[in-house]
Design a protein around this ligand. Sequence first.
Ligand SMILES: [Zn+2]
Length: 212
Amino acid sequence: MAITNHVELPHQIYHATHIENIESFKENIADSTCWLPEKDFGNGFYTTNDIKQAYKRAKLLSRYHGGQSVGCVLDLRCNPEPCPFNYNHHVYLGVNRKWAEYILAHRAYPNEDPCEILGYSCHSDIISGPMADNSIKDFIGKDVYRYLNNDNNVVDEFYEKIIRGNDGKFRNTFDLGYQITFSNEELANTMLTIKGIWYMKKGGGWVYEEVL
Ligand SMILES: [Zn+2]
């Protein structure tokens, strides 16, 4: 059985950061030396097609820095054509058990890619799918430990938890937010340009600066 999927990337995507990183992004949008391990879809440059999610994340990042840093959102343009080389795109259109296991496995193996163990031929150049609920930080350590120790129930239980907020209510893909992750630095730098940057204002709101 042959299946052909056509996946088109959105033209506008966003990346949340803070003001200290802006100059380095202007020089090199996707610098793999800055990518942090233990993320949902592995090492990569994380973007979203939902500006509200990006604003939320930028506010959080500013809070992590004691509220001293200014949260920013890169307003990116994605131009997938012409792309000089072939690439793989792994897409989760919504939440499911496989998506949950993908996240858990990449959290469990931050330094050695688990895709082959999961049955994929390789880690894809782009991975798109829903974000896990923020409450993940409350149980990820314990569930990673259970996963590494072959606990048969952990994936199902992990799935049930990452699709719910702290109130236990189901959150659909649109509530969770959607992320598009570039794990191939060269591909990201070929496709993406910065159109402008949103800066958090002290009293609330955002101010936009065009990047020439
Ligand atoms: Zn992988």
